[in-house]
Design a binder for this molecule. Structure first.
Ligand code: ZN
Length: 283
């Protein structure tokens, strides 16, 4: 899909607005529906995420989805073994996977963010309730992708990724961030021990009574992961207008027909399907 196609597709009959410069385009590409990061238009990078009909947990399935959709032809998939940690690595450091062609798949172990300057790389982050974040420096041609849930946010994954980009001559004040769909404060129940980590961030914590999802414990609170990530991006030097955040909650957002529109760990449980969010630089 070309940039002009995003714009004409955005608003067509099968578009579901996910807020913040993200849209679910139904049956828009050969592989089926696709989530598009329209916030990245004109940045020189593209962002897509797999729909609820795709489980991108396994590399083979992610490769099949990318190939079937035709979204990112002739590129190497750079896959992360995510650990909810704070490490960002270069795609150049990814190791070829033994049972795959080095041209199609490489992997980074123990990392939750990855950056590249090569249009030959497709970066992938897997989530279900955590957020995938695209970070682009349009002036200098950097792209990073981040896996950020509360653990990674608390551990500093956002700051570490921006530091890695700046260390490679990106500029924080040029960076554009697109934060993909993640669990909302309506459904993100956390215990007081987690809430305490984010107590200093405006709007991050609300009383548990504000949760619309059933609560598992009586002393719980509601965590607004969006507020946490925006504050971290702002404090790392990004302009407010350069930060785009999807508003659709992965746990409770539904299509008009009442079907779940996004994968959710809290809804599906451990071992459930994962959304694959991919990013790459235009050639
Ligand atoms: Zn929700």
């Amino acid at each position: 899909m070309r940039v002009s196609d995003f714009l004409s597709a955005y608003g067509h009959a099968g578009t579901i607005d996910l807020g913040g410069g993200f849209a679910l385009l139904e049956d828009d590409v050969p592989g089926g529906s696709v989530i598009v990061a329209t916030a990245l238009v004109d940045t020189g990078a593209r962002g897509y995420a797999s729909p609820v009909t795709v489980d991108a947990r396994l590399d083979a399935d992610a490769l099949d989805w990318i190939a079937a959709s035709g979204l990112a032809p002739d590129r190497r998939l750079c896959s992360l073994d995510q650990v909810h940690g704070s490490v960002c690595k270069a795609a150049d450091d990814a190791q070829p996977v033994a049972d795959a062609s080095a041209q199609t798949l490489a992997r980074l172990v123990g990392t939750d963010a990855v950056w590249t300057r090569s249009p030959d790389d497709v970066l992938i982050v897997r989530t279900a309730d955590c957020a995938a974040i695209w970070l682009v420096d349009p002036e200098h041609g950097h792209l990073a992708m981040v896996h950020a849930g509360w653990r990674g946010a608390a551990a500093g994954i956002v700051r570490n990724t921006i530091d890695a980009l700046v260390g490679e001559r990106a500029h924080a004040d040029f960076l554009v961030a697109a934060v993909g769909p993640h669990i909302g404060p309506c459904c993100f129940e956390v215990g007081p021990e987690v809430a305490r980590l984010f107590a200093d961030i405006d709007g991050a914590i609300s009383p548990g009574s504000s949760l619309t999802a059933p609560r598992a414990r009586s002393d719980s609170m509601a965590l607004n992961l969006s507020a946490v990530l925006v504050e971290q991006l702002r404090s790392a030097g990004l302009a407010a207008g350069a930060i785009h955040v999807a508003t659709a909650c992965t746990r409770c957002f539904q299509t008009e027909g009442g079907a779940a529109a996004l994968h959710s760990y809290r809804r599906n449980g451990s071992g459930g399907p994962l959304m694959g969010s991919i990013g790459f630089l235009e050639r």
